[in-house]
Design a binder for this molecule. Structure first.
Ligand code: URA
Length: 246
């Protein structure tokens, strides 16, 4: 297993398959390297190839909006990567041979990150990471446990853009992901708890966080613990559910 520096260097100069010939950039991955949640797509498209970052086109914008609904972001608390790191021509599905040539990079990324949750974005990632006969229309949103990692697939953002009738299902899948994060993750929502703290501070006056799961109301000195913070969060989330048009 390589460390991040070696892995990235090796990946950026990779010649293991023919996709290397036409690429502008290797799209290694982006996000927080101690994330508990990893999102895995199939492979870079045109914009990603030009910019060297995963999910930066229209689909990427939609993905960011979807993640924001449940307080996730590539800057804050998730890591995003692909099955293959170079763009397949004309955005065709990556061939099995290309996936096989590339998959060790992803394995190494998963080994370094040790996520609690892996979300496959689309059929190709789900077939590779969850099971070869995965049926995205029937099995999106279902949880699979593999080696202690909770895995699920959602529709690929590009598929949602093509067919907006997939949005309600995707919204339910995001809610299920949010619930799973609360169940199995320890720090994914910590950053958000700081937001909750300032949100609580907004309602109750200036707040001083003591430690990450508590909040001290400055005037009364009352300490609120995580469940109350979570009820703040529920109110926040209800606000979000009023805007399902991601
Ligand atoms: N589609 C993917 O699967 N991955 C990307 O990075 C961009 C589009």
């Amino acid at each position: 297993m390589l460390d991040w520096t070696e892995l990235e260097a090796q990946c950026l100069s990779c010649q293991r398959c023919a996709l290397a010939d036409a690429r502008h950039h290797v799209v290694f991955g982006v996000g927080v390297r101690d994330a508990e949640v990893m999102l895995i797509g199939e492979g870079p498209g045109e914009n990603e190839d030009l910019q060297g970052q995963p999910f930066v086109g229209r689909g990427g914008q939609l993905l960011d909006e979807m993640l924001e609904l449940i307080d996730l972001s590539r800057e804050k608390n998730v890591y995003i990567a692909n099955i293959v790191k170079c763009r397949p021509p004309h955005n065709r599905d990556p061939l099995n041979t290309e996936q096989d040539a590339c998959i060790d990079y992803l394995r190494n990324q998963v080994a370094l990150i040790r996520p609690r949750i892996i979300v496959c974005l689309g059929r190709i990632a789900a077939m590779r990471l969850i099971k070869p006969d995965f049926k995205i229309t029937r099995e999106h949103g279902l949880w699979f446990e593999k080696s202690g990692v909770s895995m699920m697939a959602m529709f690929h953002p590009a598929a949602i853009l093509r067919d907006p009738s997939r949005r309600p299902d995707t919204f339910m899948d995001l809610k299920s992901l949010q619930a799973k994060i609360r169940e199995v993750c320890t720090h994914t929502y910590q950053v958000m708890r700081n937001q909750e703290l300032s949100w609580g501070g907004y309602i109750f006056g200036p707040a001083k966080p003591t430690h990450i799961n508590t909040y001290t109301h400055k005037k009364s000195g009352t300490e609120y613990s995580a469940p109350l913070l979570h009820s703040f969060l529920e109110i926040q989330n209800r606000q979000y559910t009023a805007i399902p048009d991601f």
